[in-house]
Design a protein around this ligand. Structure first.
Ligand code: IPE
Ligand code: IPE
Ligand code: MG
Length: 251
């Protein structure tokens, strides 16, 4: 198991290019509405943007890209939209895995996958297995994911494994059970589409992440927009609880 530095217990290494970017891809529906198209047209266009974002992250040297594709609350949408989103997920898996393979991208899907139908679950497992040796970019799709679900499933599994330590578990003992245990904590969080909220995304993992909100709708979030987000990140001072003066002394 790989262990990454925790922002609360250690000082993570800071690089000019964020090592891990996590994105809430929002605004597909509004993009479609502006064009008098059905909402699903926005989701279709959104898949293209994912492809571009993956390419751009590889070019920039980002190592981990985590994308929120479907939240545990998105089941509340009209049945027709949910069903179209599932179909889109299936067809994206069918079409993209070969390309991911060619580009050295390792795919993982995190979330409560048991809620998906058996065919989709099998496709997910196969896509993960097919790309498991790739190391250029770690692409993670959060599907039926909720930050509260993640923390709770981690606690429940820890409780089952180490019942004797109940009452004394540490952060370090919990973290390997989180769905993102294979990745460092995100350096940069991006939400497109203008809303400024976390919508039950990575609640534990974003403790010290830099946040970037943009009005740009996800289907229009091109590599230039990603670069703008990274430049904003590069202007931040990540203090992790320390003072600015302490940072100056160190450098
Ligand atoms: C994000 O776009 C994609 C998903 C949640 C699946 P939306 O569908 O939320 O788009 P808006 O927010 O309605 O514009
Ligand atoms: C959050 O987007 C989830 C995804 C992008 C998958 P929503 O559009 O569902 O978020 P809320 O409900 O407006 O907060
Ligand atoms: Mg939305």
């Amino acid at each position: 198991m790989t262990f990454f530095k925790s922002a609360t217990r250690e000082l993570p290494e800071i690089r000019a290019v964020p090592r891990h970017i996590a994105i809430i891809m929002d605004g597909n529906g509004r993009w479609a509405k502006k064009r008098f198209l059905p909402r699903v047209a926005g989701h279709v266009k959104g898949v293209e943007t994912v492809r571009e974002a993956v390419r751009a992250c590889i070019e920039q040297g980002v190592e981990y890209l985590t994308l929120f594709a479907f939240s545990s609350e998105n089941w509340r949408r009209p049945a027709e939209e949910v069903s179209l989103l599932m179909q889109l997920f299936v067809s994206a898996l069918e079409q993209e895995v070969k390309k991911l393979q060619k580009n050295g991208v390792r795919l993982r899907v995190i979330g409560e996958l048991s809620r998906f139908d058996a065919q989709l679950q099998t496709m997910i497992r196969e896509a993960e297995a097919a790309t498991a040796e790739n190391t250029r970019l770690n692409l993670t799709i959060a599907a039926n994911y909720g930050g509260r679900w993640d923390i709770l499933q981690a606690v429940n599994r820890l409780a089952a494994d180490q019942p004797e330590k109940a009452g004394n578990w540490t952060e370090a003992e919990l973290e390997p059970y989180l769905a993102t245990h294979f990745a460092p904590e995100p350096d940069l969080f991006i939400r497109t589409g203008g809303e400024e909220r976390i919508s039950n995304f990575l609640l534990w993992q974003l403790a010290y992440t830099e946040f970037y909100f943009t009005e740009t709708l996800w289907p229009e979030f091109d590599p230039e927009a990603l670069k703008a987000a990274i430049s904003s990140y590069q202007r931040r001072e990540r203090r992790f609880g320390r003072t600015s003066e302490q940072l100056v002394e160190k450098s």
